[in-house]
Every structure is written in C-alpha cells, then in structure tokens.
Ligand binder design. Structure first.
Ligand code: AMP
Ligand code: MG
Length: 267
C-alpha cells in the first residue's frame, strides 16, 4: 500500500495513476472482502486501545470527486468501531458565520481530542479545490493556502495528532456509471445532484487543482495517499490497511492499572 503514498515533494500527475488496479488481489473480490473483514476487526481493537489510552488523536481526511466513494468508504471502513470514540464530520458549503472567518476556523473546531478518531468527509482542502475551480476567491488568496495548510497540519501533528489523508481516485468512466446508477435505481435517486454534472464538466480543472494540492501538501507529518477507487472493495481494503498499519505503528497500550488493583476483593 506504500505505493499509494505521495512522497513529500513528489510531483503528482493523475493521468499516471491507476484508478482501477487491484494489486496482489488480481481482481479477486472474495479474497479482498475476507481480508477487509480481518482489517475491520483489527481496526476495532486498535480503536478500543486508542480510546482507553486517551493519548493519541487521529485525524483521517477524505477527499474525492463526486461519486468517488467517500460515504461508502467511511461506512465500510469504520463499520466495526465504537461510535463513542469516533466522530464523522462533513464539510458543506460554508455558512455565513463560517465565511465571516478564515477558512480554517470551522476546521480547527472539529479536530480530534485525546483518544478520539475524527473522520473528515471533505475538509479544508475544499478551499483549494472547489474554491479554486469556481474562482470563489482570487488566486492571490488561494495560492497562499498550501503553505498555510502545511503549517496548520504541522501544528496539529506537533501537538499529538496523527494525520492521514486519502484521495479516492475514480475514473471519469466510472463516475459516469455511478451517476447513471443514481438516475436508474430509485433507492439511489436521492444521491443524484444535477449540480454534480456541472462539476463533471470541469473534470480537467479539478484534476489540476487536485494535482497541486497533492503535490504541495503531502508531508512527513500529514501524508496523502492516492487510492485507486473504481473498485469499491479494493478502495475500502486499501484505506483500512493503511489505517491499521498507521495505528499499529503508534504502539499503543492499555493504561497501567491502579497500583493495588490485585488486592481488591468484590464482596
Ligand atoms: P456533499 O459532500 O455532496 O454533501 O456536498 C457538499 C458540497 O459542499 C460540495 O459541493 C462541496 O464542494 C461544497 N463545499 C464544501 N466545502 C466548501 C467550501 N469551503 N467552499 C465552497 N464549497 C464547499
Ligand atoms: Mg454530492
């Protein structure tokens, strides 16, 4: 899964990156799902440790194009965790109050506290993506945001936050298929947003914006992973695997018991 990591300073070209590979699984969905189920269990145990230890803070960021699979990934990867220690936050079009502040204001309020795992469904990266593509602010403003974001994330990291960022990389063809399903399947109609077609027409503009964001903001302390996202099962498996590896690398343990616990007798 390391091959999906954007190395700091590496220049990203999305057309060079696979959207559909399934790596060592060679398209074997059944084997992939079995592996995913093992990872779900591991993640559940790791999150229990995270919550018990009350030491680390975990921030997981998801960005994708429309129908890229953010919602489905979150549902699948976090299906086994304890809701008490996990929080999912979606960032929508900013409210008036949010717009009256700097773009990181609403973000900072939602970052994880000790023992918590927070998932961002969209994030501060919208402020160099949709905002850039639709020229919602001038270039002079958004172009400064890459280094501001790096500094903000570095500050979080230096204060005990582990940050992982995933770009779910879906192809233009697969996006079309998924939009069509939303039109054809009554149970998916609610997901269809005519506005998404306008965004689709700006595919290349979004590619350029994503390439700049990935190139400029993948750092040692807050790396980006570009995940092939045409196959849902492989996408979920890849994200779960990277998350489990990262949590394992923290070498978490249960807090030490109170000194005389062994002497306590319950009548
Ligand atoms: P959804 O995630 O499909 O519910 O849609 C949320 C919408 O909010 C998307 O179209 C985002 O591009 C948009 N959005 C999120 N953050 C911002 C932002 N900072 N500025 C403008 N639009 C945003
Ligand atoms: Mg949408």
């Amino acid at each position: 899964m390391d091959s999906y990591l954007v190395k700091p300073g590496e220049k990203i070209k999305l057309t060079d990156m696979s959207t559909s590979e399934t790596n060592q699984f060679s398209g074997n969905k059944k084997a992939g799902l079995e592996q995913l189920s093992k990872l779900n269990e591991k993640l559940s145990n790791l999150q229990e440790l995270l919550y018990a230890q009350q030491k680390h803070k975990i921030l997981v960021v998801f960005q994708a194009r429309d129908a890229g699979g953010k919602d489905g990934t979150i549902r699948s990867v976090f299906s086994g965790v304890n809701p008490q220690g996990v929080r999912i936050t979606s960032f929508k079009v900013p409210s008036d109050a949010e717009l009256a502040h700097d773009y990181l204001w609403r973000i900072h309020q939602q970052v994880p506290g000790k023992g918590e795992l927070v998932v961002f469904n969209r994030s501060h990266y919208e402020d160099v993506l949709v905002v850039r593509v639709h020229k919602l602010v001038e270039k002079e403003i958004w172009s400064k945001r890459y280094s501001q974001i790096n500094q903000f994330e570095k500050m979080l990291s230096e204060n005990g936050t582990t940050i992982l960022k995933f770009f779910l990389n879906v192809s233009k063809e697969e996006q079309k298929t998924r939009f069509q399903e939303r039109l054809d399947d009554p149970s998916k109609n609610w997901k269809f947003n005519p506005g998404d077609l306008k965004e689709r027409a700006l595919w290349d503009e979004y590619s350029a914006a994503y390439e700049d964001a990935l190139t400029q903001t993948s750092t040692e302390h807050a790396p980006w992973y570009v995940i092939p996202a045409d196959h849902n099962w492989y996408r979920n498996l890849s994200v779960a695997s990277i998350l489990v590896d990262t949590l394992e690398s923290l070498k978490m343990s249960y807090p030490a018991p109170a000194p005389d616990l062994g002497k306590i007798v319950i009548e």
